[in-house]
Design a binder for this molecule. Structure first.
Ligand SMILES: NC(=O)c1ccc[n+]([C@@H]2O[C@H](COP(=O)([O-])OP(=O)(O)OC[C@H]3O[C@@H](n4cnc5c(N)ncnc54)[C@H](OP(=O)(O)O)[C@@H]3O)[C@@H](O)[C@H]2O)c1
Length: 261
């Protein structure tokens, strides 16, 4: 069980907290009395979220507008956090973009744009946070990836590839950081109601969760110190088996029929 006294003084950042999972997760941290920094590109929305977090009981709130794809902006956000709190205990690197593309027209630009946020956006934060946490001999970094990265799903190539790269990178650095006191967690949620899933056919999103439920499960997994946090299990276990075991001749027609967004 997590130590409530330690939890109460945690210094946290949640990237991509203007909507969806990030916003709900930041609110749950605020309700615990943590110090919470939030980021996102929509400045007015971020101020609204900051107000919510203060009302919810956060010990302190920092609203840091800007995009994760720009390393200079991430460096400035991290510097502001260090100046105010001296460092971070928990970094939830959640900012991400979805999107699908015309399956018959390959576009390298779509991959570059998606990787800039979903993969390099996390790298930019790791650049800043890992050295600090290693020096402090403690800290937790949880990045939000996706089961969509466990195989190559049709119609969402850039998303699938970016999340596969992210999860693979997290595994590498988790092993590199063994014994350093820094914990690396790969979070792979199933379908969650958010701006990303709004407008999609609910029938094609089995076990779709409310945003708050997704955020609660995400934090529970982090509290338990799991390497890989995936939920809901009735969706993610079958997907993990498919990812690990199904040969291409079986996977391809199945994914073509059921795997599109
Ligand atoms: N919803 C699902 O079913 C699902 C399933 C698996 C994984 N995920 C992952 O969960 C994470 C959160 O997504 P969500 O479902 O909550 O979607 P969402 O409501 O669209 O939230 C995405 C958040 O990321 C922020 N963001 C996007 N681009 C950004 C950038 N360049 N720099 C900084 N922030 C940026 C957005 O804020 P601004 O627009 O204000 O910048 C927003 O706050 C994503 O990584 C997503 O891939 C979601």
């Amino acid at each position: 069980m997590p130590d409530p006294a330690r939890r109460a003084c945690r210094r946290c950042v949640v990237t991509g907290a203007t909507s969806g999972l990030g916003r709900s997760t930041a609110r749950l941290l605020a309700q615990r009395g943590d110090r919470v920094a939030v980021t996102g590109r929509r400045a007015a929305r971020l101020e609204e979220v900051a107000g919510e977090l203060r009302d919810a009981g956060a010990a302190d709130v920092l609203a840091l507008p800007g995009g994760v794809e720009d390393p200079a902006i991430v460096a400035a956000h991290h510097a502001a956090i260090r100046e105010r709190w001296g460092g971070l205990d928990l970094a939830i690197l959640n900012a991400g973009v979805g999107g699908s593309d015309d399956p018959r027209a390959f576009r390298a630009a779509a991959y570059r744009e998606t990787f800039a946020v979903n993969f390099f956006g996390v790298c930019h934060w790791l650049d800043r946070v890992v050295p600090d946490m290693v020096a402090a001999r403690g800290g937790v970094i949880a990045a939000v990836s996706s089961p969509g990265g466990w195989r190559g799903f049709p119609g969402v190539g850039p998303y699938s590839a970016s999340k596969a790269a992210l999860s693979t990178m997290l595994e590498s650095i988790r092993i590199d950081l063994r014994g350093s006191g820094v914990k690396i967690i790969d979070v792979c949620p199933g379908y969650v109601k958010s701006e990303m899933t709004a407008g999609r056919d609910p029938k094609r999103m089995p076990f779709l969760m409310e945003t708050d439920e997704g955020a609660a499960r995400l934090l529970r997994g982090i509290d338990r110190g799991r390497r890989l946090v995936h939920f809901p299990r009735r969706l993610t276990w079958p997907l993990r088996l498919i990812a690990a075991g199904l040969p291409g001749w079986f996977f391809d027609p199945l994914a073509a029929r059921y795997g599109r967004p």
